[in-house]
Write a new protein. Sequence first.
Lengths: 664, 120
Amino acid sequence: MAPIGRAALIVTLGLVLYATLVGGYAALRGRRRLAESARNALLASFATTGVASAVLVIGFLRHDFSLVYVAEHSSRELPLAYVLAGFWSGQAGSLLLWMLVLTGMSSAAVLLNRRLLVQALPWTVPVLAAVACFFALVPVFVSSPFATRPAPPNGAGMNVSLQNPYMLAHPPLLYLGYVGLTIPFAFAMAALLSRRTDERWLVATRRWTLASWTFLGIAILLGAKWAYESIGWGGYYAWDPVENAALMPWLAATAFLHSVMVQEKKAMLRVWNVILVTLAFCLALFGTFLTRSGVINSIHSFARSSIGAWFLAFIAIVVGASIVLILLRLPYLRSQSRLESLASREAAFLYNNLLLVALALTILWGVVFPLVSEAVRGTAVTVGPPYYNFFLRAFGLPLLLLMGIGPLIAWRRASLRSLARSLAGPAIAAGVVGALLLAAGAGSSPPALIAYTFSVFVLVAIGLEFVRGTRARRSLGAESWIGAFASLIARNRRRYGGYIVHAAVVLLAIGVAGSSAYGSTASARLQPGQTMAVGSYTLGYLGSTFRQGRNHDELRAQLAVSRDGTPMGVVAAGKNRYHVEAFFSSAVAIRTDWLRAEDLFVIGEDFNRDGSVDLKVLVNPLVGLIWVAGVVFLLGSVITLWPDAREQRRLARRMREVEVLAHA
Amino acid sequence: MATLALTVVFAAAAGLFVVQPILRPRSRLDGRIQSVDDEDKHLAVIERRDRALAALTELEFDHRTGNVSDVDYRELIAPLRREAAEALKALERAESAERAMDAKRAGRPRARLAAARHCR
């Protein structure tokens, strides 16, 4: 099977090279047949990458340990789902997955936008193919998933941290997000190369950015859930470089999704939008580089390899070429209008953009600082959570407030009187809740209290938007309240879907603020029969149990839980020992109270010879809202992403008008 | 050796698909990708008109929801209407310019024919 995979990858490299060179020549010289040939090469590269990927999947399913990659990332004892996840658990496989997603998305983008971007598409193909060239070069020449050796009787198994259900979905979604950002980048570069900087590339780009941003957002949350349940320290986000690597492009894409509206409505921020698309793509490449190169120490870096230099060179080429192209095309990107007032919707978007980009760049600086300090001073100085937390508060809290203010300000300009009238309701509600929380003792953490107050402000503002919008729609026709509400969302999915996403961010903010500021922790060594208390919970140690699983042994401390004297059942926390990997991992117990959105989090740290167990118990208030936020985020994103027939009709009508005019 | 043979097979199969647009019989659409400067010019005018009309619709809705006060509405609506009217005028100018060009193009062969008759 290995020769099939190797041959498919070599042909893939040839195809994307052809698509780059011939496609570039065709676009430059305006040769239609050659451009179509290059497009076909890009489509064919998806088929050949699919063949290579299928070979690797079959290798895993058949436990073909003659393939070094399969032997190093699976074993006969591994459950089937994890055997399949072995595909992306190492470097060579994950780069093949990158390539599969890239060629697949590129093919879809080229086919779906063939009518919208007639003139820019011949340039889109070579840009996409050039990116694919890099990802095809690596598995062919540097890190092949099809290297072979005499087959050992069993494989080495899989990194036990990856043996978690969330890890089945997290990496593919992350890659869909990372790779998806290639498409907006390619559209932007193609628009610049073809000098077609009208609204069409924005329409095509917005949808792909939104999809990639959704995948990335869900992947970040699934990664947080995995860290929460699998790593076993009681937290969900530790500002680890690889976690940050996914957050940075997400922040840049968030900025773009807001500023793109300003360009659509006011023909402003045209250079800024191209820069944001490029920044998001470069940060996605940087994220892949961090995860795959192992250059920075991280619990998420599953590989240490020599591809780091290749990645850095590629990122440098992308950054350099993009800057040169943007500078060359500046005359085509002139804004057609100016900011009329600092109190306007577009100004709010601008502030939001500045804060988002500042946060992304601050995180980037924190991530690269160990590398910089090592290069300059010879010792790597790591930047810890206090640095990130400080800037999260400095930029994140104003961002939260802006989410409430932005929707209530008019485009162009708003008078102070009108602004005060719009903001009065949310501000009064936020003030009242803030005062009540202060009276209830929430002032122990001022940032959390501010976050809650701002959250109430935003939620009330969003609620008012829905209520007023529904009322306005109802006044326009004789619809029922439900009909008016449905038509409000259906007629402006981006606006109201966006508000739902804002509500998700508010839930996230409440969850993060609550769990990090008001949690409680206790540690104790318990003999069977002894109890410990944390917050309003009491845990009684009943004894330990042992169970042999298919590929691991489970040692658990059984603990009876009660809250304020009311029994709440038994939880089991402990350790797993994996047979093939010869590795211990923590198996925490989490008891969620969905009414309070609160978790009781139990870590069985050590089982001692005298029968006692060392326990660490945390009460994480409101942490459940973080996961609820994920569901709300997905709902809002789907509404926003849902195809808008009215917009399609508007664009089609516009293109018909252009044709009629040009060929009259 | 097996890899080489398989590479040739895959390359041949993919190659057939890739060269298909080059090998197909030439048609009217197969020439150079047209330079569409005229289209771009018109598109810019149409985009301007659409933007102005969309801004008017949005302002009406924001006024109806109460996000824009009556005073602000009166201040904002006038320039927006002016902008929309200017965009529509620009579009009309573009249309009449196109019609004039079209008439000129259509008139040229007739003029040449008349001149030839005169010479005879």
